[in-house]
Design a protein around this ligand. Structure first.
Ligand SMILES: Cc1cc2nc3c(=O)[nH]c(=O)nc-3n(C[C@H](O)[C@H](O)[C@H](O)COP(=O)(O)OP(=O)(O)OC[C@H]3O[C@@H](n4cnc5c(N)ncnc54)[C@H](O)[C@@H]3O)c2cc1C
Length: 534
């Protein structure tokens, strides 16, 4: 162990980790070390919203995990980008600000997790937030995370919203307010045309704190456990091994892939699997890495007639130059575009209590996120199922921390999941055929008119579907045997060790996962401070 002794060591400066480290170091008495495997967030495209499309597969900024090839998705291996830079995935994500449904958190509480009902977590969402529209019972102001309306509203987006309302879907101007159901514009984690990552929100204001040491290019390789207590962390930086001791607690915030990986590397996880790799079992915990959930998206592409799409605008050098100029002068225009302009939440079956599908509508199209735009005018409506039943797993394949673990996403494994995605695609087609939007549609390029039967649509979903980047639940919170952390996020059987990130979700929330991860970080820090101050 190095001489330095910290009160808290946080592993991973992502959405949750930045919040944990910043809140713990607000108390000058706490000496905090924050370790991040990636580098500093100096790449200028991180901070320009549309830079998302350049950076998600950037080898220096993104982990680029690969799932195991799976027949259920046409035998494909799917790339899973995760941020590897200060800010973590919040530095490369699509900026959509979404909390999920109040029912998600009430469900967590019903599973036995005290303190996690919506009423319990709402104060942490509000505390983290600086809502551009002002304060109300659901939203906060003055918090670190700036949340704003989308400045670039395009006529084709309006047409899609109108088409949905023609089909009886209610207009909703705040998906994070009283109800999620409906159609309208997303809000984003941005301000004045700049991305607000967790690092911008939480670390930048804490820069001058002497009690917060942020170390980048530090790949944590093991949590050191002595007599059942976490007492330090080992890491490597540019091939050189380091370690630090910790008298208080170690908090793992490496995200849904890395937190279970690091626990397993540290001898905490499924005993048989660890032994098969020659790892001494420190604490047998069957659930570490299991119960993985993700949202699987299927995208429909509509070729347009009589309406503008960004696809064609970017091919015109004058228009492209104007976009750059507009951004430089006003911080508006297409460079502020996020991964979703219009959102839609709906029920595929009327008897459901709350929406089970989410749409992301964007005024352009590409073969896949991060690739060049199609040469014809077109838009994309992606559909994802909000509460998948299928569960996969993340398991280390070697004792090397730099080897990516084996990720079995196990998409579309249940009849319920297959049914929901088919019904979602049908609903999308039904909306796109409503008059306000149909008049602009020249052709449904994907799935394509030739795909009509349920079997055809499912085949398309299997062959063309993709992650919408929300892996969760791999260090699940709960009271059952397989749960990894308790409702205070403490790893079962080990003292002084918590997990705070998307991996602790008992079930993935019904929406995008950045704001919930930040809320988890806020709540974790608050629980620790509550416990350490009596
Ligand atoms: C491309 C993409 C688009 C997305 N779009 C949206 C969106 O529009 N809206 C939304 O709400 N959500 C979106 N998400 C999801 C959301 O951003 C993530 O769920 C959320 O940021 C995860 O937070 P986290 O704290 O769990 O992990 P992360 O933010 O991923 O943080 C983990 C951090 O730990 C670091 N780390 C990992 N292993 C180690 C190690 N061994 N040692 C040291 N450091 C380590 C990582 O480098 C990373 O910085 C998107 C995600 C991606 C990848």
């Amino acid at each position: 162990m190095a001489e330095t002794n910290y009160d808290f060591i946080v592993v991973g400066a992502g959405s949750a980790g930045c919040a944990v480290a910043a809140r713990l170091s607000e108390d000058p008495a706490n000496k905090v070390l924050l370790l991040e495997a990636g580098g500093r967030d100096t790449n200028p495209w991180i901070h320009i919203p549309v830079g998302y499309y350049r950076n998600i597969y950037h080898p220096a900024l993104s982990w680029g995990y690969q799932t195991e090839p799976d027949d259920k998705v046409g035998g494909r291996s799917i790339t899973w980008p995760r941020g590897r830079v200060l800010g973590g995935s919040s530095a490369i994500n699509g900026l959509v600000y979404m909390r999920g449904q109040s029912q998600d958190y009430d469900h967590w509480a019903q599973l036995g997790n005290r303190g996690w009902s919506y009423e319990d977590v709402l104060p942490y969402f509000r505390k983290s937030e600086d809502q551009e529209r002002g304060e109300d019972e659901f939203h906060g102001v003055g918090g670190p995370l700036q949340v704003s309306d989308i400045p670039d509203r395009r006529p084709i987006c309006e047409a899609f919203i109108e088409a949905a309302t023609e089909r009886g879907i209610p207009r909703n101007d705040d998906f994070n307010g009283a109800a999620q159901e409906g159609v309208g514009y997303f809000q984003t984690t941005s301000r004045n045309g700049r991305r607000i990552s967790a690092a911008t929100a939480y670390l930048k204001p804490a820069r001058g704190r002497k009690n917060l040491n942020v170390v980048t290019d530090a790949l944590a390789s093991r949590v050191v456990v002595d007599e059942g207590k976490a007492v330090g962390v080992e890491w490597t930086s540019h091939g050189i091994p380091y370690s630090a001791a910790c008298s208080g607690e170690v908090i793992l915030s490496g995200g849904a892939i890395n937190s279970p990986q690091l626990l397993q590397l540290s001898g905490i996880g499924p005993a048989e699997h660890l032994q098969s790799l020659g790892i001494d079992v420190v604490q047998g915990l069957e659930g570490v890495g299991r119960d993985l959930q993700d949202h699987y998206q299927v995208r429909a592409v509509y070729e347009l007639q009589g309406a503008a799409s960004l696809n064609t605008d970017v091919q015109n050098p004058i228009k492209k130059a104007m976009m750059g100029l507009e951004y430089l002068l006003h911080r508006t225009g297409p460079l502020t575009i996020s991964a979703g302009q219009v959102g839609l939440f709906a029920k595929t079956r009327p008897e459901l209590d709350s929406p089970d599908i989410q749409f992301h509508f964007i005024p352009f199209s590409a073969e896949k996120p991060g690739e060049g735009l199609h040469p014809f005018p077109a838009v994309t409506a992606s559909i994802c199922q909000l509460r998948p039943e299928s569960r996969g797993e993340v398991m280390i394949r070697s004792t090397s921390p730099s080897d990516h673990p084996k990720i079995d996403a196990n998409y579309l494994a249940t009849e319920g999941d297959r049914r929901t995605i088919i019904d979602g695609m049908k609903m999308n087609r039904w909306i796109s055929q409503a008059p306000a939007f149909a008049k602009y549609v020249k052709l449904e390029r994907e799935p394509g008119d030739e795909r009509q039967s349920d079997e055809d649509l499912l085949e398309f979903a299997r062959e063309r579907g993709n992650t919408i980047f929300h892996p969760s639940a791999t260090c699940r919170m709960g009271t059952d045997e397989r749960a990894v952390v308790d409702d205070r996020l403490r790893v079962k059987g080990i003292r002084g060790l918590r997990v705070a990130d998307c991996s602790i979700m008992p079930t993935v929330v019904s929406g995008n996962t950045n704001a919930p991860a930040i809320m988890v970080g806020e709540k974790c820090a608050a629980m620790i401070r509550e416990e350490t101050h009596g």
